[in-house]
Design a protein around this ligand. Structure first.
Ligand SMILES: Nc1ncnc2c1ncn2[C@@H]1O[C@H](COP(=O)(O)OP(=O)(O)OP(=O)(O)O)[C@@H](O)[C@H]1O
Length: 472
């Protein structure tokens, strides 16, 4: 019966999400049950569920409700258990999405990092913590220049030794790994100091519990619960902005814990004093320990993350291979946050699995057309020179310098060839940008590369890849 009703709803979704999205993401969904406002869907892979959950849960909930179905939340599961990064006995993979569009993947087997059973997902109302994502560990966190300091500080706190900085305040833009690091600290503390009561929760959850305690006359229990923890971790405190009584209570909790020498870890999307509508004394308190930021990703970090995630996907889902070239292409072209990168990879794997296609640059360009279009921009000769230098590991000054050795001259010729093909600059103009060379030198380089590409497939591949990376 539910499947029948779902059939009708899913038809109405076709027009909302568009034909391609419908075919790829909605049609394969099987509604297995609908109980107590929770719709359970069977999906081919966990990644598929994750993707649908992140991108379409709001729309699905809205359409189901419009059709008279009582739905608050969607859950996605893979019918037969598949291997996980950290296997959990007996539970199939699950991805949960609430009606507000938030989602958590791999929720099966998640647990709170607590030495004494503190805090579960609203399971036990006396306890303050939230659940942890089992994928968010230090082992799965890729370290690079932009996040090195935050990682090192998080590691230090996770050892549970004498307090070196309190609080640890982690901040950075969306999707750069703050929550991942917070969970990693909690997991490691669970391992290193099982006797410690570690509580991790979002600022919303803190507020929710506080408001409920006020309403239900439970302030005494609320204070007791929060003041008895050894490590308190609160994620996304920018959401305390403007919530004065919650801020006030948080401030008291904070002071009580730090007076007892208990560790506090905080995250936010900006530095303490940049959070608007937070009292100065609270901002100062938040900034009184170590404040470290996660910088936007650079090319190396993006490539590292893509390699790690592609290895994981490959091992677990359909043995789909993604070549180094494709990963390099993605690291160059998708420069947003890590969540966007993960989304791109998920889409490639889901697409590849569903339609059984090999992952080629063509396939990737087709599958990620919208994302890639978003990163389009006008190409400059400097950009071409920079990319070519990165690829061949030569200095940017060699592009304009006099060196004639083949290891330098060949990349220079490739860059000239690309500048001619990908920009509207004239030969003399290109010559000028390559250290005032004559236009005949540029013409020679263009012909030479064209000719060599006929016989040297390595060079042809290099040029093709560079071209795709640079092309809008
Ligand atoms: N260095 C990294 N290595 C591996 N995965 C990462 C890294 N940084 C971020 N991620 C992944 O990117 C996704 C987004 O990270 P996370 O949720 O921690 O971001 P956030 O900074 O808390 O963002 P927001 O402020 O929007 O909540 C997660 O799936 C996380 O595992």
């Amino acid at each position: 019966m539910p499947q029948e009703r779902w059939g009708q709803v899913s038809e109405t979704l076709r027009t909302t999400v568009g034909h391609n999205n419908y075919k790829t993401w909605i049609e394969p969904l099987k509604l297995s049950s609908l109980e107590d406002g929770v719709a359970h869907f069977d999906v081919p892979t966990n990644f598929f569920g994750n993707w649908v959950s992140r991108n379409f849960s709001d729309t699905i909930v809205k359409h189901m409700s419009r059709d008279g179905l009582q739905v608050r939340r969607l859950e996605f599961r893979v019918p037969s258990a598949r291997p996980r990064m950290q296997p959990t006995a007996g539970a199939p993979d699950r991805v949960a999405a609430s009606a507000d569009g938030t989602s958590q993947a791999g929720s099966a087997g998640r647990g709170a990092a607590s030495g004494s059973g503190t805090g579960q997902d609203g399971g036990d109302d006396d306890l303050p913590g939230a659940s942890l994502d089992e994928r968010f560990t230090f082992e799965s966190f890729v370290v690079g220049k932009p996040n090195q300091l935050a990682y090192t500080a998080a590691r230090r706190v996770s050892e549970g030794g004498p307090l070196t900085f309190n609080p640890l305040f982690l901040y950075g833009g969306s999707g750069l790994g703050k929550t991942h690091l917070m969970h990693a600290i909690a997991w490691a503390l669970k391992e290193n100091c099982p006797e410690k009561k570690v509580v991790y929760l979002s600022s919303d959850q803190f507020m929710y519990r506080f408001v409920r305690a006020l309403r239900e006359d439970g302030m005494h229990e609320f204070k007791e619960a929060f003041r008895s923890v050894d490590v308190l971790m609160v994620d996304d405190v920018q959401f305390f902005a403007g919530k004065n009584s919650t801020q006030e209570e948080f401030f008291h909790t904070f002071n009580a814990l730090s007076d007892q020498g208990k560790q506090i870890v905080i995250s936010a999307d900006r530095a303490p004093h940049d959070i608007k509508k937070i009292e100065d004394r609270i901002a100062s308190r938040l900034a009184s320990g170590l404040v470290v930021d996660l910088h936007p990703t650079d090319y190396e970090l993006r490539l590292g993350i893509l390699q790690q995630k592609a290895d994981f996907y490959r091992g677990h889902y359909g043995n789909l291979e993604i070549s180094k070239h494709v990963l390099e292409f993605l690291a160059h072209r998708i420069t947003g946050n890590v969540r966007t990168l993960e989304g791109a990879l998920t889409r490639i794997f889901a697409f590849g699995n569903l339609v059984g296609r090999e992952v080629t640059l063509d396939m990737v360009q087709e599958c990620l057309a919208d994302l890639l279009r978003a990163s389009e921009r006008k190409l400059t000769i400097e950009e071409i020179q920079r990319r070519v230098c990165e690829h061949y590991n030569v200095r940017i000054s060699d592009m304009t310098g006099p060196k004639r050795h083949r290891t330098i001259a060949r990349p220079r010729q490739v860059a000239m060839f690309l500048a001619k093909g990908l920009t509207s600059r004239s030969l003399p103009e290109i010559g000028r940008r390559f250290g005032n060379r004559d236009h005949t030198t540029v013409l020679y380089a263009v012909r030479k590369i064209e000719e060599m590409m006929q016989t040297d497939s390595g060079l042809a591949d290099d040029v093709e890849m560079l071209k795709r990376m640079l092309e809008a």
